[in-house]
Design a protein around this ligand. Sequence first.
Ligand SMILES: Nc1ncnc2c1ncn2[C@@H]1O[C@H](COP(=O)(O)OP(=O)(O)O)[C@@H](O)[C@H]1O
Ligand SMILES: [Mg+2]
Length: 332
Amino acid sequence: MDEPSARERDSGDAAERDPQDARAHVIATRGLTKRYRGGQLAVDGLDLTVPAGSVFGFLGPNGSGKTTTIRMLMGLIEPTSGTARVLGRPMPRATRAVLPQVGALIEGPALYGFLSGRDNLLRYDAADPTADPRTRRARVAAALDRVGLAAAAGKKARAYSLGMKQRLGLAAALLQPRRLLVLDEPTNGLDPQGMREIRALIRELASDGTTVFLSSHLLDEIEQVCTHAAVMTQGRLVTQGAVADLAAGARGRLAVTTPDPGEAARVLKEQGVGDVTVDGDRVTGEPPAQDLAEVNAALVAAGVRVRGFTLEQASLEDAFVALTGEGFDVAG
Ligand SMILES: Nc1ncnc2c1ncn2[C@@H]1O[C@H](COP(=O)(O)OP(=O)(O)O)[C@@H](O)[C@H]1O
Ligand SMILES: [Mg+2]
């Protein structure tokens, strides 16, 4: 049933010629581009590769094109150019075959305010022709329980907080076992405790073998929960790969602890250290090309009293800043 039809196989794409490869990648796009009618280039030539079994973070500041990409992946809008394959099938052409295998939470889930959370899910499930009506009540109860909404299940959805609505949207994505979950900013509107719960849930779902693709503008969230990530800025993909490799690709910062920060900063600049920043007794900067032993010796020779001299490990944030030359809009 998963075999692509002859019509879908006929293009020259390498992944299409090698079905094994296409299957290993749960999502694969080539040159995916969306220009909105107003002229806004929201997604620009995206080549995205999401390995099976990964928790894949789609990271980028607000307005960088994440939701637009997800809408194209789910067959909700047509790309202007380029191709997208989900579970090995071309989108939007194979939307009907693909969507039943995908649980999706996309920006602002549509809810009926006059129905309870439980009744919203019952109705949603009833609209899914692949859902078994005999198990509906039990599946709805289990999904509500999984997202921590069991106690509030009888409350009208219009009385739900933003975080509760978000949880209800997530519950809708969990009504059936899925091969892929696509979650657009799943922790939006949640407090820190709620965010931790959703992160734990995502890890649990991933450990069952489900591939999870989630977007976020929160860097530390991606770093905490994801095995792989792609970084977007202004509609373009900056980098993608295993989170550990992305962080390792960036150089860490040199950090000197000293009671003589002013003098230390002067010497470090002289030694070619870039972006020197003083914060109390800590002076940090981008390490220069030369041997750090020489930098340390220069500090000592200038009479700087060095208490600490370390190369701090790079984080995903360092990688992002190094790649884009921009800071990250954390508050969003
Ligand atoms: N329906 C639309 N019509 C025109 N422009 C849009 C539309 N939706 C989004 N945009 C624009 O496309 C860009 C990317 O938006 P979006 O995909 O929502 O980014 P993100 O989800 O990363 O915040 C933004 O500049 C946004 O203003
Ligand atoms: Mg968005």
